[in-house]
Structure formats: C-alpha cells, structure tokens
Ligand binder design. Structure first.
Ligand code: S3P
Length: 165
C-alpha cells in the first residue's frame, strides 16, 4: 500500500504522515527530506536561496523518480509537487492512493503565521494567488479529498484509514 499526501503548505501533510505511519506501521517519507539528503543544506529555505525555485523543482522530479518503485509507505509531498506532472506520475506509480488535505487559505495563514522558513509564503498576497492556482491541480490529482479545517491530526488520520478499509 502506498499513500501519497498532497496539499498546500501548512495543510498538515508532515504531521498526518507521521500519525499514519504509527497507525499503519508503514514508514513515512518526506520528499523535502530526500531533497536535503541529496543536496545537503540546513533547510529547504537554504536550498531555495542557493539554487532557486526552478532547480528545486528539478530536484523534486529527481526524488520522485527515485521513489517510483517504492511501495508500502506514506509519502508526504511538498506543496508544489502538483506543479510537475512527472512528480505526481512517479509518486503514484503503480498503485499509490492520493489524498488531498484541503484547508482554507484563512486556516493556512493562521497555521503559518509565525513561520518564516517557507520560501513561498513570505508574502501573503502572492501566497494567496499560488493557493488559488493550485487548488484545481490538487483536486485533479486527488483520489480522495479530506477537509482539514478545524480537525485534529488524529481525526484526519482516522478518516484516511477509513478510506483504506
Ligand atoms: C513548497 C512547499 C514546501 C517545500 C518548498 C516548496 C511549495 O513544502 O517543498 O518550500 O511550492 O508549496 P511544504 O508544503 O511541506 O511546506
């Protein structure tokens, strides 16, 4: 079983992946972490600073390709995974189930209020435009959409588990 979590920054992908990992006994893999293993920097923020966004997207494709034959895991993606079809195709291959963790922009802004390390969430107006641009992409790749506003990580993880039965 392969579970892929997609959604905007602050949607809770990392926390939900870690909760699911405990519930299902499967390893949680974070594509951002794999990028940092290949391109050692202190953070994704530093990767953006050093290489820029288009190189970062190339790195996302690389790690997605590395994960192509991986099964029995939970993959937590970066919010921009849906920007490149190759990334999603590789992550999904062959039988991955994609869960879109949907949160409203208001909720996401609250969650990321004190987070200065997200390179694409420094200015609220452009973050909001990016949010609008990406919503149809998340919807398009999702096998299942989970609403996350006002829900705990535990409840979200339980909902996902129910879909797996
Ligand atoms: C990005 C989201 C980040 C990280 C990078 C780019 C994006 O991951 O991959 O900063 O384009 O939305 P999170 O969604 O985990 O914050």
């Amino acid at each position: 079983m392969k579970i892929i979590l997609i959604g905007f920054m602050g949607a809770g992908k990392t926390s939900v992946a870690s909760k699911l990992s405990g519930l299902l006994g499967l390893p949680a893999i974070e594509t951002d972490d794999l990028i940092l293993e290949k391109y050692p920097e202190e953070s994704i923020y530093e990767v953006f600073k050093k290489y820029g966004e288009s190189d970062f997207r190339r790195m996302e494709i690389e790690v997605a390709e590395d994960l192509k034959n991986k099964d029995d895991c939970i993959i937590s993606t970066g919010g921009g995974a849906v920007m490149e079809r190759t990334v999603m195709d590789c992550l999904k291959a062959d039988s991955g189930k994609v869960f879109f963790l949907r949160a409203s922009f208001t909720e996401i802004s609250k969650r990321l209020r004190d987070d200065y390390l997200r390179p694409l969430f420094k200015d609220k107006k452009s973050a909001s435009e990016l949010f609008d641009l990406r919503q149809p992409l998340y919807e398009n790749y999702a096998d299942v959409t989970i609403e996350t506003d006002a829900k705990t990580i535990g409840i979200i993880a339980d909902e996902i588990c129910n879909y797996l039965k």
